[in-house]
Structure formats: structure tokens, C-alpha cells
Design a protein around this ligand. Sequence first.
Ligand code: SF4
Length: 212
Amino acid sequence: MKKINVAPENPQYRIVEIFESLQGEGRNTGMPAVFVRLGKCNLACGWCDTDYLAFGMMSLSDILGRLKTYAARNIIITGGEPTIQPHLDTLLDALKAEGYFLCLETNGLNPAPPQIDYVATSPKACYAAKYEKSCIETADEVRIVADGDVLAFCENMERKIRARHYYLSPCEQNGAMNIYDTIRQIGILNSRPDAPVHWQLSVQTHKWAGIE
Ligand code: SF4
């Protein structure tokens, strides 16, 4: 018999942090938003800069109460990987009922929940074989981190994920950022014959500005 996963009345969530700031990258750079960072991930990228295991448990009612203390009505659900969070639907339903605009940041191995208004997916070239098997099929933006030669991966993701915007982001490893190589790869992607000219640069502006 199939196990039905019924959410408790006031479920608990793995919360790394909740804070108000500006979106630092991608299409919505500069937009005020409240970030809800959920714990745990289904990948383990070597250059990951998020301590997604440093979470505490927080109830739905406490999360909603906390969000009311911020001005922004735009919530970015991020991680870690948000789609592996138990009872995520219950949280998203509650946020929609409060009238929030919901953005999801996901590595794209799982589909985006229907409550989400804007999907930014960041498929990881270092796990290309997983994306070969299955991944998200549509998104508002695709953001790929150039952690090496990612040209073939970008072309594959372009075929698999239909999106309005495609970005390549430099990778920061051991304190160095490969921005010139990232721009070089964008140039190659945008000069392919008979291919769309839609690859753009996305940098983590919040790091440059010194804000969270
Ligand atoms: S998918 Fe994102 S959060 Fe997960 S390990 Fe990779 S960079 Fe970190």
C-alpha cells in the first residue's frame, strides 16, 4: 500500500537562516527579498559556499511570524536544496495564502512545486550524469556555474530546460574567481552558428558589495 505523507498541523522545517536582503544574481539582481534558506541538499558540490547542514528546526507558525517582521513581499526559497524539504507544499500553501510572491532557487534535479511564481535553477556540471537521467524541464532562468569547461553541459541543459534566460556564473574556488574564463565561454556559446544568442553573465553582486 502506498504511504500517504500527511503533514502535521504545524510542521517543522530545517531552517539555516531567514534574512532580508537584495537578490544578488540573475535576472532579479537588486530586488529586495526575504531569503528562506532550507537545510540539507541532494548534491555535495566541492565549491559549495553554503553551510546547508547548519540548520535548526522551526515551526510553520514561527516562520510565518518571522516573515511578517520584514517589508519585502518577495520570498526566495533557497538552500541547500528546497525541493527535498519534508512538507514543503504546506509551507508554500501558507505563504501563498499570505499573498507572497514566491521564487525558488533549485539545483533542478526535481520539478518545481506549482505554488512557485519564479523558478531559478542552477544545474551542476559536476553532476552532469544525474541531469542526463532526469531534471526540471522549464524554468524562468537557468544559471550554470562555470566550474571548468561547461560548454557541452550548457548545450545539454539548453536542450533539456526551456527557460527565458540563460546565465553563466564564475566559480569561486580557493579565493580566486574565474571571471575571464567564464566570459570566454559565454562568447563561444553566443557565437555558435544557428544557435540562440542568449547566454549572459551573472555575478554574485552581493559578495562584491559586501552584503549578505
Ligand atoms: S546544489 Fe547548491 S547547495 Fe547543494 S551542494 Fe551544490 S552548490 Fe551547494
